[in-house]
Design a protein around this ligand. Sequence first.
Ligand code: KE4
Length: 439
Amino acid sequence: MTPGIDSTNDRNLALFERAKKTIPGGVNSPVRAFKAVGGTPRFVQRAQGAYFWDANGKQHTDYIGSWGPMILGHGHPAVLQAVQKAMQDGFSFGAPTEREVELAEAIIAQMPSIDMIRLVSSGTEAAMSAIRLARGATGRSKFIKFEGCYHGHADALLVKAGSGLATFGNPTSAGVPPEVVAHTLVLEYNNLAQLEAAFALHGPELACLMIEPIAGNMNFVRASLPFMIRCRELCTQHGALLIFDEVMTGFRVALGGAQSVYAQLIPGFKPDMTALGKVIGGGMPLAAFGGSRSVMEQLAPLGPVYQAGTLSGNPVATACGLATLREISKPGFFEALSARTQQLTHGLQEAAQAAGQPFCADSQGGMFGFFLLDALPQNYPAVMQTDSPRFNRFFHGMLQRGHYFAPALYEAGFVSAAHTEHDVAETVAAARTVFSELN
Ligand code: KE4
């Protein structure tokens, strides 16, 4: 029970009980149910800037921002105006619009690896379609993904490592027939030896390698430079496509996404395909996948790889996305956002140290992760070494004080341009108290 809130008039609790009657688990996406941390999900009544107010009218400083899209904060006036205007002109046509072309051009302008792009409605669709396109373009079926990386819930991607490198994946979800994941090879993130062995064993059969370049689905784990260099080299050597899943990192860690961060460290570095989502829709259902012209032109109606969507390139969602990209493209935007994010991670680090708590954090642009560990983990098993009961106590301690972090220790966090220095200082002050109570 959440101390300080009388459960009889806790509207979050009442709404959660009511929701469970008609929606499985009371939520439309599992992570929202607080299963990992326990307690009652906060039902959002409204949000503005860096804050949202829950069903009890309690204000929270929001460090999830819809899991990444709300990089400007909630209800940015320029975005709101663009969406309201677009709605006057029509919600959906099932026909091409100029704004889809403008958005495609705006994305391509920031990502030199992308010649052409197809808009879809979710990150799952983007990643699923990218895999299908890679398979169609190469004529190969097998592909590599990494433990701890999440690419949406398409069947072939709901898979855990098989036993050893010669065996392919096993389903992580009921309802996924083993044969559907029989071509998916799951490796350990940042494990060079496994990567080399997998290509040595299967190289000529591999259609692609899909990776979160900064893995936000195991909180915040960077691919090491040697590892990323070998992913690129081995894909090139064996004719497999290197696919960056930047649904979370795209336009969030930098204007050019994580690929621009790696390109600064590895001259000429480019993935062959990129999946995008979240920020490019500004909070509306919009995602995309793109790559070289030769690969993308394999897509219907030009080529043999089928892909489609009723609401793809939706005119209201593209207005929201375009207005968002316009704002984040302004000079100094990412410098200011990065500084704000680092104010948070450095502040949390100091607060934890003051309480003698193990803590480490990392961030890039407006995305951050922290671990109640002494050193930054390099892979999923290391992330899961975290003392989850202690994480849960930290999470709820912060939540009760009105600071909303991801309700799972394997999820990343997000800062928006609307978070002020004072907002972050308040969060750090609350963390100082919560960390001291953890002892
Ligand atoms: P969606 O289908 O949820 O739009 O995107 C799937 C996806 C693909 N790739 C990456 C790197 C992602 O992070 C995601 C979705 N991210 C989760 C947060 N870890 C969304 C939150 C949720 O599942 O409710």
